[in-house]
Design a protein around this ligand. Structure first.
Ligand code: PAF
Length: 282
């Protein structure tokens, strides 16, 4: 496995792999790799002949006062995990390599970047779309792999690739959960023991919604009220939003029907956690 830090190097290695007409997969990450990332890498290994993992804590997707400085960066452990999973190349550029000058060219996926997490994190998805466009241009993968846990991000990246005619496929892999249902996230590291225990309530609330829908409830307001009750079991959970939206347009819906996304964002201590489920409702 090669570890490269420059755009020139990664382009050279990947284009050599591409010349052997091999399918190139990219797993874009910010490091601090966990089972969720491992599942993306495994999916990439299954579908592609050559797998690149990018590790870059992208400063342009963090707002002022967010956790850019304290974001975990266990690089050696990440390298070890990638090696064990059979990754072909890690691309780990510096900030200077990715943004040699103050960035003035942005990819803004309008409308889809505004609701849900976009409300409290203005500019976040502009940073995500921009860095993904840069990574796609640098690595030129045939396929890139994203997690369903970041559902809004996945919808935005899929739309960006379609709108900009990028010749590649986006694969979205299921959320990987811990035994109590907590979605794997690098930010789970910020939770203390009590917060970690209460964090499982996010998925419990989503499961409650799924159960109620199964029992015939269709009104979003009723589902949200029942989910709130579950989250209120913990005094530490500060709900940012509970939203029920159309899974493609991300528009709020009053009645669940068709492909719907039920999404939660909440603060627990210093951690901001997100989770969601996607359902196809008759
Ligand atoms: O999901 C992430 O880890 C990041 O948002 C991504 C896609 C690697 C872009 O920095």
């Amino acid at each position: 496995m090669e570890i490269v830090k420059t755009i020139e190097q990664v382009r050279k290695v990947v284009s050599e792999a591409g010349m052997a007409s091999r399918e190139i997969g990219l797993v874009p990450t910010m490091g601090a790799l966990h089972e969720g990332h491992f599942s993306l890498i495994k999916a990439a290994k299954k579908q592609c002949d050559f797998v690149a993992v990018s590790i870059f804590v992208n400063p342009t997707q963090f707002g002022p006062g967010e956790d850019l400085a304290k974001y975990p960066r266990p690089f050696d452990a990440d390298v070890k995990a990638c090696k064990e999973l059979g990754v072909d190349i890690i691309f780990a550029p510096s900030d200077k390599e990715m943004y040699p000058e103050k960035n003035i060219t942005w990819v803004n996926v309008e409308k889809l970047s505004e609701p849900l997490c976009g409300k409290s994190r203005p500019g976040h998805f502009r940073g995500v779309a921009t860095v993904c466009a840069k990574l796609f241009n640098i690595v030129q993968p045939d396929v890139a792999f994203f997690g369903q846990k970041d559902a809004q991000q996945a919808v935005i990246i899929q739309r960006m690739v379609a709108d900009l005619n990028m010749p590649m496929e986006i694969v979205v892999c299921p959320t990987v959960r811990q035994i109590d249902g907590l979605a794997m996230s690098s930010r789970n590291k910020y939770l203390n023991d009590k917060e970690r225990k209460d964090a499982a309530l996010l998925y419990a609330a989503l499961q409650e919604a799924e159960m109620l829908i199964g029992a015939g409830v269709r009104k979003s307001s009723e589902l949200v009220r029942e989910m709130e009750k579950i989250l209120k079991i913990s005094k530490q959970i500060k709900v940012e939003y509970i939203s029920i939206v159309n899974a493609q347009t991300l528009d709020e819906i009053d009645e669940v029907k068709g492909k719907v996304l039920i999404a939660i964002a909440a603060k627990l201590g210093s951690a901001r956690l997100i989770d969601n489920i996607m359902l196809d409702v008759e």
